[in-house]
Design a protein around this ligand. Structure first.
Ligand code: HEC
Length: 182
């Protein structure tokens, strides 16, 4: 019998042997096509994985710029730690100044623990709470409603699951849904 590039002179060239060799060639092409499709799928999957991680919302890339332009005027490095603020609350409130939130380490305490959900409760536009009343820091997210919604959306994506619960109500499953990547 003969194959592509391989001729066996002992096998006579008949209609049957020619048909058989065509069948073998077709099979080879089919296998090659399956391999090609597999490789293309693999490349696409790798590309998708890369672009997903490039789009991932992080503190450094997305949240800090919003904090810097909208919040740090009242929550900067000159402002006290949470408990320092509480100790001298009247003094700080009189000057409309809040507690420090200028680093990832500070901010995460208002997302996860100990001030669980404070970040979400204060920034919510009233939809997640179901009251329709926005948290009192929502207004600072932007100068227009469009800008506020856009920035709220970024904050929501960063947090992962927009959960308004306090520490005493939060479950281990709730905490597992937090993203808040650095
Ligand atoms: C004009 C000043 C000012 C700006 C701007 C401001 N805040 Fe505040 N923020 C305060 C003050 C004062 C408090 C404390 C009083 C209170 O609890 O409402 C506070 C409280 C908070 C709390 C509650 C902390 C806790 O212990 O529960 C969070 C969270 C917060 N701010 C987040 C933000 C974010 C995020 C921004 C930007 C989008 C922002 N704030 C912009 C003044 C400000």
């Amino acid at each position: 019998m003969f194959l592509r590039g391989h001729f066996d002179p002992n096998i006579p060239i008949t209609v049957k042997t020619v048909k058989k060799s065509y069948r073998i060639i077709h099979k080879e092409i089919a296998v090659k096509n399956v391999l090609k499709a597999f490789l293309i799928t693999l490349c696409l999957a790798v590309l998708a994985a890369f672009s997903a991680s490039a789009d991932e919302v992080t503190y450094r890339k997305h949240v800090k710029p919003i904090m810097d332009s909208h919040c740090i005027g009242c929550h900067g490095e000159k402002n006290p730690e949470h408990d320092g603020f509480i100790e001298e609350k009247e003094k700080w409130m009189a000057s409309h100044q809040g507690m420090r939130m200028d680093t990832y380490s500070h901010l995460i305490t208002y997302v996860a623990w100990p001030y669980t959900g404070a970040f979400m409760r204060r920034l919510d536009d009233g939809k997640a709470s179901g009251t329709g009343k926005p948290g009192n820091m929502y207004e600072y997210l932007g100068n227009t409603e469009t800008e506020r919604q856009k920035n709220l959306n970024t904050m929501k994506q960063w947090v992962g699951h927009w959960n308004l619960k306090r520490w005493k109500d939060v479950t281990k499953e709730d905490l597992a849904t937090l993203k808040a990547k650095y």
